[in-house]
Structures are given as C-alpha cells and as structure tokens.
Design a binder for this molecule. Structure first.
Ligand SMILES: [Zn+2]
Length: 305
C-alpha cells in the first residue's frame, strides 16, 4: 500500500532542498541558470608597505622611502589602471599624525587619478589614519572599530580587510588578527547568493609565526571551501611571492619602502605589481624600482580554481 509521507518528513525534505540551494548559491561553483561573471579583465596596481614618515629625507636600510614612493606613484599614474590597492604599513613605525599628513601629500596625485584603497598594517594607527583619510572607495562593511571596504570592479569583488591588532613601534610585536567579528561578517557575506569572484586584501601574511596573521587557520576554514574566493593578497613580509593552498592563490605583494636583505638569500625587489584580473585568472607584472630588479617587467600568469 502506498504510504503518504508524514508532515515531519515533508518539512525535512523541504529544509534539505533549501539548505542545498543556499549552499549552491553562496559558496559552491556557479549553479545552473545564473549569469556568469564577465571575462573581461580589470587592471589594478597592487602595492604594500610604504612606511612613510614625516621625516624628510628618510633613508631606511639604504632605501630612500620618499623617493621610492614618488617613483611608484608616477609609474602607476602613467600606467592608468582602474585603481590601486595598498596592503598596509602605510606609516613608518607608530602611525603618527604627521606620517599620514606626509602620506596624503605623496598620494594626492594618485587619488586624483583613480580610486585608491588602503588596508591597515601593524605600523598603522587606525584613528590617525582615518582623520587624514576620511573618504574611501567602495562600500563600508558594518564593523565597529575596523576599516573594511568592499569594492566592485568589472564583475569582481575586492574585500579590503583589517588585520591591525595593535600598533607596534620599533621592536614591537608585528602580529595581526582579523578577529571574530570580522571573520563572522566575512562568512555571512560569502554565504550570500552572489556568484561574483572574491579577492581578499589585508596586511599580514598567513602563517604560524609570532609576527604573522594569528587567525590564519580560522580564516582558511571559511574561505578554502568557498570556491568563489580566488586569491588572498597581503604584504608585511616585504617579499614578492606566489603560493597556493587547496587551489586558493596566496599572493605576497612586495614593499615599496625597503626590503629585508639579510644576506642569507637573494634580495627581494622593491616596487609594485600591475595586475590584470578576470573571473578566469590573473596576470601579475612586477614593476621593481629598487632592490632586486632582475624580474622587473616579468609576468606571472595564474588560473583561478
Ligand atoms: Zn612593513
């Protein structure tokens, strides 16, 4: 005899279908019927670790930090990208008000030419920074005490995140933390039925060392299963490097100010990266202005998961 399904079973089935739909729409690969993100590439200048001080001249580890930044700014303006993203350590050491006044002077021509997004690093001071830079491209995330923005560019979404845990002066701890509130916001944002590829930008490199991003594993738990997150970008180490974890690309943007040439390995380049990003992949061309310039103008091509 045909048994009629009970009400509870029906409800269970409906709930299961709904959960599957939410998962597909949020973090799975594109489900059927959805418009695909456009394949056209956008061009963004990526730079990090400017370490601008109010002191002029300021030579650190043999690098003239003001001259480096001016050179990079002039090159980016000439390259005419869609915008620029700076992954933190904007200020020299403790994020003094005067550092940001000087930074503003350096960046004024760049900001007049294109949107410039900035993340905060361990040498930045959130309040002093926001006083000097009250306006930012994109949309603000509803997070108290963190500087987080979402930028849309050619069907791609850039999340400018905040890993500044506490401003460290010279010799201070350099560690970073996104924190529970920002991680929960990220998980919620990624679960929304929006198929556009997502790229995360923040200051600290992911890792287990004392001076790295302390909630790296908790971040990975959120973003590794979420296939629409294609890559994370960061600075902090003053290295230029490409890595991969479970298909997610990890891209370390070189410093503008100076490298850490400890003589135990080949020195790193100092400069910026010209990035062409699409829903399919990215092309990254190094524009070195100092340090190791051997690979300047060389392009690294990546295909997203
Ligand atoms: Zn730095």
């Amino acid at each position: 005899m045909l048994r009629m399904p009970r009400r509870r079973e029906c409800l269970k089935a409906i709930l299961l279908v709904w959960l599957c739909a939410v998962w597909l729409a949020g973090c799975a690969r594109l489900p059927f019927g959805r418009p695909k993100p456009p394949e056209k590439a956008v061009r963004w200048a990526l730079l990090s670790d400017l370490h601008v001080s109010e002191k002029v001249p300021d030579v650190v580890r043999g690098f003239d930090i003001h001259a480096n930044l001016d050179k990079v700014v002039a090159e980016i303006i000439a390259a005419k990208p869609d915008g620029a993203i700076i992954t933190g350590d904007l200020a020299r050491n403790e994020g003094l008000p005067g550092d940001y006044v000087m930074l503003r002077k350096h960046l004024e021509p760049l900001m007049a030419a294109m949107p410039v997004a900035m993340a905060l690093g361990n040498h930045d001071h959130r309040v002093n920074f926001l006083k000097q830079f009250p306006a930012h491209p994109g949309e603000a995330a509803p997070l108290k005490g963190k500087h987080v923005r979402i930028i849309e560019s050619g069907g791609l979404r850039f999340f400018i995140m905040d890993s500044l845990m506490g401003t460290g002066g010279p010799g201070g701890i350099g560690a970073g933390l996104l924190g529970q509130e920002q991680r929960q916001w990220l998980a919620k944002e990624l679960a929304k039925p929006d198929p556009r590829p997502v790229f995360l930008f923040f200051h600290h490199d992911p890792g287990e060392r004392d001076g790295e991003l302390h909630d790296t594993e908790l971040l990975y738990k959120i973003i590794l299963p979420c296939k629409k997150v294609k890559a994370i970008f960061y600075g902090h180490s003053h290295d230029y490097a490409f890595d991969k974890k479970d298909g997610l690309h990890l891209i370390n943007i070189p410093a503008v100010a100076y490298n850490f040439d400890d003589k135990t390995r080949e020195p790193m380049p100092v400069g910026w990266v010209e990035a062409k990003l699409s829903a399919r992949g990215g092309e990254f061309t190094l524009r070195a202005v100092g340090g190791n310039v051997r690979d300047s103008a060389k392009t690294v091509s990546l295909v997203w998961r």
